[in-house]
Write a protein that binds this ligand. Structure first.
Ligand SMILES: [Zn+2]
Length: 212
């Protein structure tokens, strides 16, 4: 592969557009300083506008998100929900009542969420190292790996261990992101693979590993 070719960050097709990683719609006006863009083919950019909305909806539907996440939820997201209620209802499928402050656990499309995260991590990896990742990445997030047991939410101990391990290995790596209230991350690439940790709206954390 000749990296001087203008090819897509996700595949080897010719790049035709610039794509924001993470998607630009996650960043409110005034918090779009030095957003990262990568070259992308048509398929891996234009086709994912709905996925970007899906990802934003999940990330801002969060009691613990900071005011930027809350503003996006009560502004753009609720407006979009009123325009396309069925599409948005499909983002979440209420499962059962639980003993939590909000009372309901929502089932989300984990595959779709993981794919959204993979796009971000592969884009950022390409941005940092000018190399592509073609293999599948493992994505974990304590917020989105919750299960329920007797009506109480919990996260599997393997997931907690994985997140803590990634967090610990990355703790001395530099923190990147010029709009840290919205998105900040750490990344490490070694011969063994890639580790990535990020936080959105000073709340939702995601942890990723994979081979490169
Ligand atoms: Zn592509």
């Amino acid at each position: 592969m000749n990296l001087l070719d203008d090819t897509c960050y996700m595949c080897d097709d010719i790049a035709t557009t610039d794509e924001h990683v993470p998607p630009k719609c996650l960043f409110p006006d005034g918090y779009r300083k030095n957003l990262i863009t990568v070259r992308s083919c048509k398929k891996h950019n234009n086709d994912k506008a709905r996925d970007d909305e899906f990802l934003r909806t999940l990330l801002v539907y969060d009691d613990d998100a900071n005011k930027f996440g809350n503003d996006l939820f009560f502004g753009k997201t609720l407006r979009a929900v009123s325009r396309k209620p069925i599409a948005y209802a499909n983002f979440f499928k209420p499962q059962l009542q639980i003993n939590s402050p909000t009372g309901i656990v929502h089932k989300i499309d984990r595959n779709r969420f993981d794919q959204c995260v993979e796009h971000i991590v592969k884009g950022i990896y390409f941005y940092h190292y000018n190399k592509k990742i073609f293999s599948h990445l493992f994505v974990a997030s304590p917020r989105f790996n919750s299960r329920t047991r007797k009506g109480n939410p919990y996260v599997k101990s393997e997931i907690i261990d994985f997140c803590n391990r990634v967090k610990s290995i990355l703790q001395y790596e530099p923190i990147y992101g010029d709009n840290r209230e919205i998105f900040q991350y750490r990344i490490l690439s070694t011969k063994d693979g890639i580790l990535f940790a990020a936080q959105f709206y000073e709340s939702t954390e995601i942890f990723v590993s994979g081979s490169v």
